[in-house]
Design a binder for this molecule. Structure first.
Ligand code: SF4
Length: 700
């Protein structure tokens, strides 16, 4: 046996960043531990990161390229796999043009830069990501409002933290890890929590606002109403740096707390108290989560939240919401070769005229892709590649997605396992985990760091995704580097470091300063915070934020709510899984063997449902089953279900993708999408429940 070698790297079992020391013996990772010198995680790791060895060495993992044949899947070489994809893509380009191809990624394995470069040089604007309703949507809304993305300055010592639809110790690990929140909280920060469910934080909170799901934008506007009416705003900031103040003052008059109480179910006095609490406890930071993005109010909520930060003087102030400065590496955007896409190709982006903010972020909303495949709407999409994504489990209206992917002339998928989505492909490419990756990681985040994720092992014939794009790109006649490491040298070039030198260093940090707008203003057309957006105005949209009632709610559809009386929140996350990933990992599945739907005990009783019973959840689009957990910390009219469920242990085709997959119930109709970002609504739907006759002890 060889001696154990310790290699420093960076986790990516979620959106990544935690420092890891990997112990390697005889070419195999035998142990993972937290890196106490990591500037991101300080030695902490979560269960997903710690379980990476069970993922990387899982017996079901596919470690060689495959093609689908009449008799099933057969092993092929990388050359054959890439040549086949290139051949099929060139055929589509010849017959229909490059816009009839699409590329798609999910939460990714940190290859955004390579993914975009590949798509741009392919000549297709049809880029599918989760960004329309997750993270990129808040960045898009931030860019048009204040020019940059304002993140919580936990390190700067906030005195008030607003947790708005987020659980930082469990999820939302983009710019921060749970440890950042926890340190700030332990230093004495006070808490305002806005969440439909009672949880760990609501019990620690100074104030908890139990909101009706999907009404966050109305609440944020009511906060502005109180702050402005009571003169609690920063007068100097407002005078110098807000564009459209008078118009905003008029707009928020439409949202007095008494009216918003009826919309949000939060008592008006509590709304007033919370608005004062945020405005007067300085500095204050708002940390908001994806539930606020996954509705029709996606863009309006983020814009209103930025309005709150701005008018209270908390924008780019220590302990508030700040613009971190990145180290001087080439950005994802610079690497992505956006100029390779011609103006005509850009114009051909599906839904580009309607969803202008998504187009500005160089993506499309998925609905337009499914319609192009199924109905040839605008023009047909014929073939594509999906990398690190499982949309038939994670996308809204899963049935429609399944039908669309099945109808394609050709689909390639790069992943770790034969997921329900991968099974619909003709070519499967085996991707590497983060243990098998060299990358300048996190160069798309806004926390001010880049981190060296260095390859620890090679497993089977798997390739890191970056190499897949590079080699496939070359076969498509694109300009790439000879090796992954040469591309990393290019990213690092402005720092004066090579990949080899950066690897030794471990990370780089940008130089942070506060109040940067005092020198040059904000990076918007007016150089001010555009709460009145000149860009939205130019696009013919309402330039001011507003609240729109969710199209499928008890308020907007009283007719439907007779049959489907409950509000379904279809997006509960738990810390052991990352969307649809990890259900095959024994350590993690032991913690959560079944999908859970939370019901109020009174609601459960009404339907004869007991704790851990299997429950049918039904919406106008179908029904699935999950197991009941009774929770008296949710409203009796609200049902909260987990997302991302399929059953890798079911070996038949589809792996039970349609048993507990809550996205069979979600909706992607055009009326339900955010009007500029195309965010799909995964958070507020109507449903009914009933007891499932299946015995408690039965497997699904
Ligand atoms: S929080 Fe994310 S990056 Fe950190 S250990 Fe967990 S999975 Fe890895």
């Amino acid at each position: 046996m060889q001696e154990v070698k310790k290699i420093r790297t960076v986790c990516r079992s979620c959106h990544g960043g935690c420092g890891v020391i990997a112990h390697v013996q005889d070419g195999r990772v035998v142990k993972i531990e937290g890196d106490s010198e990591s500037p991101i995680s300080g030695g902490t790791l979560c269960s997903k990161g710690l379980a990476i060895t069970q993922l990387a060495y899982h017996p079901d993992r596919i470690l060689h390229p495959m093609k689908k044949t009449k008799g099933g899947w057969s092993r092929i070489s990388w050359d054959e796999a890439l040549d086949t994809i290139a051949h099929e893509f060139k055929k589509v380009i010849r017959q229909y043009g490059p816009q009839s191809l699409f590329i798609g990624q999910g939460t990714g394995r940190d290859y955004e830069s390579h993914f975009s470069r590949f798509g741009n040089m392919l000549g297709t604007p049809n880029v599918l990501t989760a960004g329309h309703m997750c993270y990129l949507s808040r960045i898009g809304a931030s860019l048009i409002t204040c020019g940059r993305f304002p993140i919580c300055d936990y390190a700067g010592g906030p005195k008030c933290i607003v947790l708005w639809g987020v659980n930082p110790l469990w999820t939302n690990p983009d710019e921060y890890k749970g440890v950042d929140f926890w340190k700030a909280y332990k230093k004495g920060a006070r808490l305002l929590v806005i969440d439909p469910r009672r949880n760990f934080y609501t019990q620690k909170a100074d104030l908890w606002l139990q909101i009706r799901p999907g009404t966050d934008a109305a609440l944020a506007l009511a906060f502005l109403n109180v702050i402005i009416e009571e003169g609690l705003y920063d007068k100097e900031f407002v005078a110098n740096y807000i564009h459209g103040w008078e118009a905003l003052v008029e707009r928020v008059k439409l949202y007095p707390p008494e009216k918003v109480e009826k919309i949000t179910w939060i008592p008006s006095e509590l709304i007033r108290e919370a608005a004062r609490f945020y405005a007067l406890t300085k500095p204050a930071a708002i940390h908001w989560g994806v539930p606020t993005e996954q509705t029709i109010n996606c863009t309006d909520f983020t814009r209103t939240a930025i309005g709150l930060m701005a008018v209270t003087g908390n924008l780019d102030a220590p302990g508030g919401n700040v613009f971190r400065v990145p180290p001087p590496v080439r950005t994802v955007s610079q690497f992505s070769a956006h100029d390779a896409l011609t103006p005509e190709q850009r114009k051909a982006r599906l839904g580009g005229e309607q969803y202008k903010l998504a187009a500005r972020m160089t993506i499309i909303t998925p609905k337009v892709a499914w319609d192009a495949i199924l109905e040839g709407k605008n023009y047909p999409l014929k073939a594509g590649i999906l990398v690190g994504t499982n949309p038939v489990v994670t996308g809204a209206n899963a049935k429609g997605i399944y039908q669309a992917l099945k109808k394609l002339d050709f689909l390639a998928v790069a992943d770790l396992f034969l997921t329900p989505t991968a099974e619909l492909a003709q070519i499967f490419l085996p991707a590497g985990t983060w243990l098998e990756q060299n990358h300048v990681s996190e160069n798309w985040k806004f926390h001010g760091y880049v981190l060296a994720r260095q390859k620890v092992v090679e497993i089977g014939e798997a390739w890191q995704d970056h190499k897949i794009f590079l080699e496939l790109g070359k076969r498509m006649g694109q300009k790439w580097w000879d090796t992954v490491e040469q591309a990393l040298d290019y990213i690092l070039e402005p720092t004066g470091l090579t990949w080899e030198q950066f690897k030794e260093k471990g990370y780089l940090q940008g130089e942070m300063s506060y109040y940067k707008y005092r020198n040059a203003g904000f990076s918007t057309p007016t150089r001010k915070v555009e709460i009145y957006s000149t860009i939205l105005e130019q696009w013919g949209r309402d330039p001011l934020p507003k609240y729109t009632e969710i199209p499928e709610s008890p308020v907007s559809r009283p007719d439907l709510s007779e049959k489907y009386p409950y509000i379904l929140n279809a997006g509960l996350r738990i810390p052991v899984f990352f969307h649809s990933a990890n259900r095959q990992i024994p350590w993690l599945r032991e913690i959560r063997p079944y999908p859970i739907v939370e019901l109020h005990p009174d609601t459960a009783k009404k339907h004869g449902i007991q704790e851990m019973d299997w429950v049918w959840i039904e919406s106008p689009r179908g029904r699935v089953k999950q197991r009941a957990r009774l929770n008296d910390g949710i409203h009796p009219m609200v049902v909260v279900a987990e997302h991302g469920w399929w059953y890798p242990e079911i070996k038949e085709e589809g792996h039970g993708w349609d048993i507990s997959n809550i996205n069979l119930l979600t909706d992607d109709s055009y009326e339900s999408l955010d009007p500029v970002m195309g965010a799909t609504n995964l958070r507020v739907l109507l449903c009914n429940i009933s007891r499932c006759e299946q015995k408690q002890e039965d497997r699904p």
